[in-house]
Design a protein around this ligand. Structure first.
Ligand code: ADP
Length: 461
């Protein structure tokens, strides 16, 4: 399956999982709310029943009397309701007075609170009455005041518990009203009950997210590796082809009778074959070395190295190898010790790689500055005036097969192994390598290797 497709599929699966979890949580919330309403509803019903049974002093009689007297007054004495339908303002006034009576004279709230505490439930709530139907009675004549047929909960008590419906009929009135209880901590109580559900959902989502990101990350790493391997194979083919074709041309030239007479030419050609052969061997050795590192850590053979002589020898040899390139190399030393413990052979290659890169990746007359210092650490800094390395390449420059500036590898030969090798060797010496580079200005590589006291220290220079 293509990586892009599997990423898309996993992302879709992740979104589905999120939706399912969301759905689960809302279903659980719904269930918990129903459980809450059932439990609290049962307690409230029982409490209201006990309250109405009289022992607790329910004032239904006084309520009845009050309703009756206010209704009688409305019907006969005030003359406000002559028997026709009640207009809007008057209706509000009448409802308000009945509501006031309800609030002032029927308050099971205190009783209910105590009851809830005794039942081990949360006692914080606010309550409300809502008159559904009210009519005044004038003997056989019914004067409707208000009739709510919607059955909806009143605006301020949308999520409240419907505790009871009361209906009375007196001589001068008929009333039906609902009693609602809104528990203050209802949502918190439900959420508290859902803690385990939340934790499980969060953990599942986190695990899946983690696995998803790790998979995507690994996929991208794999893709980068495989891209680099393809690049490497292209480069290697290119690198191997040049010496091979030179050898092929040279050896076929050697078969020429006329040429064989010219001893100097023959020697030149044999020298060329030798040189190309050496180059081929070096290339193959490098590839083999890499495959050995895959299995094992680099093993160092440290020995005491006279650092000044070591560096100067390398520079001299490097100059010889690059005669004709008009190199300019200058050096600066600050040495507290003469001898340091290094793997001489590996460090030779490290220096060669850095120096040849400084020349390879330079479009002008190469000017290289080498600074070496020894105190608690060995520091070797190599600065060039080359093409520099872009910021986005700097992080990967030490990776195996990595070559900066894609596409232009055909102009400068390489396998992308030089700096990888350098990094491996410096790390094997417990050291670090730093790069500072500005495109167009040049690059500076700094190697820092800690020096332990047990290694043989030499005389001061
Ligand atoms: P190679 O030279 O075989 O490509 P290296 O590992 O030595 O491989 O270098 C990796 C890449 O880093 C090179 O392809 C080049 O783009 C960049 N590079 C290395 N050294 C320098 C330098 N001194 N100046 C500019 N670019 C460099």
């Amino acid at each position: 399956m293509k990586p892009r497709l599997s990423i898309i599929l996993s992302a879709v699966a992740l979104i589905v999982l999120l939706i399912v979890q969301y759905y689960n949580i809302s279903v659980t919330f719904q269930t918990k709310r129903e459980q809450f309403d059932n439990r609290y509803g049962a307690i409230v019903k029982q409490a209201l029943y006990d309250y109405a049974s009289g022992a607790a002093g329910y004032q239904s009689d006084s309520l009845f009397i009050l309703f009756d007297s206010i209704s009688e007054e409305l019907v006969f004495q005030s003359g406000q309701v002559p028997g026709g339908p009640v207009n809007g303002t008057l209706q509000q006034q009448i409802l308000a007075s009945y509501n006031r009576i309800l609030l002032d004279h029927t308050s099971p709230d205190g009783y209910l609170r105590d009851y809830l505490v005794r039942a081990g439930a949360d006692p914080d709530f606010r309550s409300g009455y809502y008159i559904r139907e009210l009519s005044l009675l004038d003997f056989d004549h019914v004067i409707p005041v208000y009739h709510d047929t919607t059955g909806l909960q009143p605006a301020g008590l949308r999520n409240a518990l419907h505790a009871n419906t009361y209906a009375f009929e007196g001589n001068y009135f008929r009333i039906r009203y609902d009693y609602y209880i809104d528990f203050t901590h209802k949502t918190q109580i439900i959420y508290r009950d859902m803690v385990i559900t939340f934790i499980l959902a969060a953990v599942t989502i986190l695990i899946v997210l983690f696995v998803f990101f790790m998979t995507v990350r690994n996929m991208l790493i794999q893709k980068r590796l495989s891209d680099m391997k393809t690049d490497f194979i292209n480069n290697m083919t290119h690198e191997l082809k040049t010496p091979l074709s030179t050898i092929a041309v040279a050896s076929s030239t050697l078969g020429d009778e006329n040429l064989l007479k010219d001893k100097k030419k023959v020697l030149q050609i044999s020298e060329m074959i030798k040189k190309q052969n050496k180059h081929l061997t070096q290339l193959i050795d490098r590839i083999l070395e890499i495959s050995i590192w895959e299995k094992d850590q680099v093993k160092l053979k440290k020995q005491s190295v006279h650092i000044y002589e070591f560096i100067e020898d390398r520079i001299q040899l490097f100059r010889m190898e690059n005669t004709g390139k008009n190199l300019q190399i200058n050096t600066a030393y600050k040495l507290d010790k003469d001898f340091v413990a290094l793997d001489e052979i590996h460090m030779t290659t490290v220096l060669n790689n850095l120096l040849s890169n400084a020349v390879k990746y330079c479009n002008e007359k190469p000017e290289i500055r080498i600074e070496v210092s020894v105190n608690l650490k060995l520091k070797i800094r190599i600065r060039d005036n080359g093409i520099g390395i872009r910021k986005e390449d700097q992080r990967q420059i030490f990776d195996k097969f990595y070559r900066a500036g894609k596409g232009d590898f055909k102009t400068v030969k390489g396998l992308g192994l030089g700096l990888y090798y350098v990094k491996q060797i410096v790390t094997a010496h417990q050291g670090e390598i730093f790069l500072h580079s500005l495109p167009g200005k040049g690059s500076t590589f700094t190697i820092e290797i800690p020096l332990n006291d047990e290694h043989p220290a030499g005389r001061r220079r």
